[in-house]
Design a protein. Sequence first.
Length: 324
Amino acid sequence: MSFLALLFALLLEQVRPLASGHGLEKVFGWWADWLRQTLDAGDARHAWTTWGLAVGLPCLLAVLVHWALLWWAGWFFAMLWSFAVLYATLGFRRFSHHFTGIRDALSTGDDELARELLRQWQGELDLDMPRSDIVRHVIEHSSVAAHRHVFGVITWFSVLAALGLGPVGALVFRLSAMLSKDWVATPAGMGEDAAHCSPALQSVTAYAWDRVDWVPARLTALSYAVVGNFEDAVDAWRQDAAHFPHPNDGVVLAATAGAINVRLGGSGLRQSLNDTVDTDPVVEPTSGRPADLAHLRSMVGLVWRAVVMWMVLLALMTLARLLG
């Protein structure tokens, strides 16, 4: 059931992707904003209460709907519910069109257009950066985006669905990521509501996101290693992950660098998709070749092979449960 829900959600998301800030995200934004204004009193206890209610109540509702459908309507309608939640939380196409546009511009030699498209995607950037830096930025942003909008969602969905909790894992990851975007101030700028959050709420939100993302980040890195250059990816993971300002993103980026033999890090590193993020203007680069256009093709192959690997593993697990 979980495998079919995920498969159909991925396929539909390719055909009819939801735009960023769609209706359900707006509803959650209103809910989270109301809780912040009502409960954020500036101490750790109220901060944990605010974060817990913001994430916990929607997740509890998702579990109750899943169990009710299983009890009253049967597994097919419960699968449809999981499919709907996954469709709303996955976001493969939210970043892939940016990637494709920049890649096409670079392929035709239009570096100026590529810089402008990258600026539209990521905000203020050095518009005089050379081609290699454009490619590097695209790989960095795409690697983290694939993790946050695909593999992280799949990880938590798979784990909690196996425990009988339906699609709640996908919500846990996505809502935590959304709060860390809005409620955490970073050197790159304030989140939408971070300026109005107490330091306690910002600290709790950042800590909770770090814990939620800890296992998925490492599974994403392992996936990149398995479907890429395993030895180099693991070596880069061990040697270079600590160079990046955010520990979880550092694991993903270092594994990406080793998996496709590309040099990541350097000046102007920013994280992707306006998600949560620590940034640093200068990051010690990883080993590997300077980024070039061929690495964009390698990045596409890496992500798709990792998706296929995940789907095959979930299919085998589903088959084993059925036969067992």
